[in-house]
Design a protein around this ligand. Sequence first.
Ligand SMILES: N[C@@H](CCC(=O)N[C@@H](CS)C(=O)NCC(=O)O)C(=O)O
Length: 222
Amino acid sequence: MQPALPVLYSFRRCPYAIRARLGLLSAGVAVELREVDLKRKPAELLALSPAATVPVLNLGAGKVLVHSLDILRWALQQHDPEGWLGAVNEPLAQQLVHTTDTDFKRWLDRYKYAERFPERSAAEWRADAVRCLIDPLEAWLVQHPHIGGARRCWADAAVFPFVRQFAAVDAAWWATAPFSATRRWLGEWLDSTVFGAAMQKVPVWVPGAPPHAFGPLAAQAF
Ligand SMILES: N[C@@H](CCC(=O)N[C@@H](CS)C(=O)NCC(=O)O)C(=O)O
């Protein structure tokens, strides 16, 4: 029997999964949330996605989305009450998201786990991350409140969880780094209702557990 709601396999702290959950919340699309232990992935997830990454959204009838951006876009195509699909500068939005998922992610991982990449110092990895994403982001955010322009868009939701990780690597450095517009933008996201709702804690899913609904109702609680 197909579950009544689409099923989202997710991991609370994963920036890709956060991106997907933000999209679902903004769209007001309800899903069943299954929190995954990445060290003990459930067979149900492995059967849906050979790559076995999260997030994965099972829409039923054989339709499965295995990339966070596809889930974000799919959600907003169902409903887009906050106009997240309309960035004022779509090419820039696309570019920032592309950089986030490629070069920035690469440098972020090296900065975060610098002891595993001793060929350069943490500060050097961080400088690469700054050059590719934080510098252009700051230049835009000095002029505009959001990546979307006057209001948030899909790209804000897609980029923010990764900048959150970047800022957290060395919070003392970030607090005084010369990126006040990006700091303001990050702070607004961290304080936002939608982020609070996206980060609600749920127990790790086990087969047969009662379904945990996530979506419009979860957002109302915040
Ligand atoms: N391209 C995927 C990447 C997702 C991804 O890499 N997620 C990480 C967690 S943050 C993961 O599931 N890694 C597999 C693992 O840790 O076993 C997407 O955009 O959804």
